[in-house]
Design a protein around this ligand. Structure first.
Ligand code: GDD
Ligand code: MG
Length: 328
């Protein structure tokens, strides 16, 4: 089975962390997010992946090499200008053979059973299947309504909250037949959510929605990104990166140090990061070499690579750019 992974977005909502890297390389439980995606696919017998890149594409090189050593074949496409979610899939058409394939939003952290989704798609003889997940506020997502046989009746991208017909949304996980790609114009910017799926509905194509209750998170906002880390630490998202999950677990990468007089809970400490004495750190993500100064108090803060919190400073719910500093 082949999988196309959309990984060319600018990650604007995660700035400043994404000024220097694609969001797909931000760590979840001290591992680049994309590594979790590769692991998920590999676990479900996907052996060939096409990574659809654009923004800061060269930053993916190491992750691609790591995946290859684990037996996953990874090809990379590069859009000079982002082609949109449908345009990017079309651009990878030559990698897709005559068989059913998977496509993903590459910023999703999930353990959806892909084999079950493929079986479900085949049992419906669908041309396209969109995996659906329930959310509290559907207005930030693609809202998908279905009939009693699960055929999609409507796909509305990010409707006003009061106009969302259901709380089941597009999980950004698709099972597709190659014929779907021939519906997308070549070499043009095109959106899967605003053009392709609504067009499939209009055409009466066999487009189905398959609901799941598996763990699912789009890491695309600072809040959701932190939450994904906390979910991994607590075991709500299960990963080999966290061996003994629990609510207050602290995951320290190589060379991270915590002063014995500091208090750290529910946090991920990247390689070489430092928490100095009397600091209090809760629900935070420290990227490699970040420093929390003496007596600083941080709650739900992401410190970029080499970023710091000055001694004595108090901060919450913020993200700090690589090398930057929170001053009092
Ligand atoms: N290659 C490529 N080219 N990738 C792209 C492009 C592009 O032009 N534009 C976006 N992507 C990638 C992003 O990097 C991300 O992995 C994925 O496509 C989705 O883009 P987002 O920008 O994260 O979209 P969203 O979160 O606002 O909404 C999407 O995801 C929701 C689920 O998380 C939509 O698909 C919604 O319908 C969906 O509910
Ligand atoms: Mg997203």
């Amino acid at each position: 089975m082949k999988a196309l992974i959309l990984a060319g977005g600018l990650g604007t909502r995660l700035r400043p962390l994404t000024l220097t890297r694609p969001k797909h390389l931000l760590p979840i439980a001290n591992r680049p997010h994309i590594d979790h995606v590769f692991e998920w696919l590999h676990r479900h017998d996907v052996d060939e992946v096409v990574l659809l890149t654009s923004y800061l594409a060269e930053r993916f090189t190491e992750a691609v090499a790591r995946a290859s050593t684990k037996g996953l074949r990874v090809e990379v496409t590069h859009e000079r200008q982002p082609l949109g979610t449908a345009g990017a899939l079309k651009n990878a058409e030559s990698y897709v053979g005559g068989d059913t394939f998977l496509a993903f939003n590459g910023d999703v952290l999930s353990d959806i059973d892909l084999g079950a989704a493929i079986d479900w798609h085949r049992s419906r003889e669908a041309e396209a299947t969109i995996v659906l997940t329930p959310v509290a506020d559907p207005s930030a997502y693609g809202v998908v309504s279905t009939d009693s046989e699960d055929q999609v009746l409507g796909f509305i991208e990010k409707p006003p909250r009061e106009e969302a017909p259901t709380n089941l949304v597009n999980a950004g996980v698709y099972v597709l037949e190659p014929s779907v790609l021939s519906r997308i114009p070549r070499g043009e910017v095109a959106s899967a959510e605003r053009q392709l799926f609504p067009q499939l509905v209009k055409d009466g194509a066999r487009l189905f929605g398959c609901a799941t209750s598996a763990y699912w998170m789009d890491i695309g906002t600072p809040d959701k990104y932190l939450q994904a880390n906390l979910d991994a630490l607590a075991g709500r998202f299960s990963t080999t990166a966290v061996r003994t999950p629990g609510e207050a677990v602290v995951l320290s990468d190589e060379g991270a140090t915590i002063d014995p007089l500091a208090r750290v809970s529910s946090s991920c400490l990247g390689a070489g990061s430092v928490v100095q004495r009397h600091a209090v750190v809760d629900g935070c993500v420290l990227l490699p070499r970040a420093v929390v100064g003496e007596g600083a108090r941080l709650s739900r803060v992401t410190l970029g690579e080499g970023a710091s919190a000055s001694p004595g400073v108090t901060a919450s719910d913020m993200a700090v750019a690589d090398g930057d500093s929170i001053e009092s």
